[in-house]
Ligand binder design. Structure first.
Ligand SMILES: [Zn+2]
Length: 293
């Protein structure tokens, strides 16, 4: 245990040094795509200019494929300009099971993504409607849920209760974080309890499932929303299709675990195109305010 305390102290000093504890409201670092970078769309195989991604809301202009997005870009495209105030800063990721290479991995992701963990949240307004907004970043260790992500998700619900506000969470995750073992699995129960507490206050929780939302995140807060929305073509599931096929020894139907399939089965409420997301969320918040008002 002493080793853990020591590791915490060192990391705290480092974090201070790196100004991770500073309140960050300026997200200029979010889109640092080199000019003239082209990539092939995985769906239609057409060439897409990555420099213009912000204009097309990170979708393919040929086939409307929705690409993965960084959390900061999502926030910028969803909330009204200048309204976002980030909360829950200063959490430090530890290595409770002394997993080899985990510390280095975290550090390298922090440098690469300029985030301290795979989830950010705060206060924001969507077309004038106040809410708490939380976004998972799949570029940070596949948006996996470790102790810090679980704690921050819980905190975001607690903050929404404190402010008596609705909460919107955009999920994108590979599931529980393997490197943190049981500590990671515990977050499923903790976040689910936080959802329930928020719900007990009669407050609205909108969950937006984006590509990909899998594992422990699907099995906890992601699918506990009062209203569950999803982006088109998003992979949503618990275990991956290959694992299921091997287990049940059967071929799965086409489009299995995609949002369209899940809508048909009643698992989600609506598929919302990214271009209509802000409008849809603002409408839902507005209607809810009226009902509660
Ligand atoms: Zn395309």
């Amino acid at each position: 245990m002493n080793e853990l305390v020591k590791a915490f102290e060192t990391r705290k000093k480092e974090a201070k040094k790196a100004k991770y504890l500073k309140v960050k409201q300026n997200y200029k670092h979010a889109v640092d795509v080199p000019k003239g970078l082209y990539e092939k769309c995985p769906k239609c195989k057409e060439t897409v200019n990555m420099t213009h991604m912000k204009k097309t809301l990170f979708t393919c202009k040929h086939c409307n494929e929705h690409f993965r997005m960084r959390a900061v870009d999502r926030i910028r495209l969803t909330v009204d300009s200048g309204s976002f105030v980030e909360k829950g800063l200063g959490f430090i990721t530890l290595n409770p099971l002394f997993n080899e290479g985990y510390d280095e991995k975290i550090k390298s992701y922090q440098e690469r993504t300029k985030l301290d963990e795979a989830y950010i949240y705060g206060y924001g307004e969507i077309l004038g409607n106040p809410c708490v907004i939380g976004v998972m970043d799949s570029y940070f260790l596949m948006g996996s849920m470790g102790s810090v992500v679980g704690e921050k998700v819980t905190k975001s619900f607690e903050y929404a209760i404190y402010k008596q506000l609705p909460i919107i969470i955009f999920t994108a995750s590979g599931g529980a974080r393997m490197q943190e073992g049981i500590f990671s699995l515990m977050q499923m129960a903790k976040t689910s309890a936080a959802v329930k507490q928020h719900s007990n206050q009669g407050l609205l929780y909108i969950s937006v499932l984006t590509h990909p939302t899998t594992g422990g995140v699907t099995a906890s807060f992601a699918t506990l929303g009062d209203i569950i929305l999803a982006e088109p073509g998003a992979l949503i599931g618990f275990a991956g299709p290959r694992v299921i096929e091997q287990t049940i020894n059967e071929t799965l139907p086409e489009g299995f675990q995609r949002s369209e399939f899940l809508l048909e089965k009643g698992f989600i409420d609506q598929i919302v195109d990214r271009k209509e997301m802000k409008q849809t969320l603002s409408q839902l918040l507005h209607y809810h305010k009226k009902v509660m008002g």
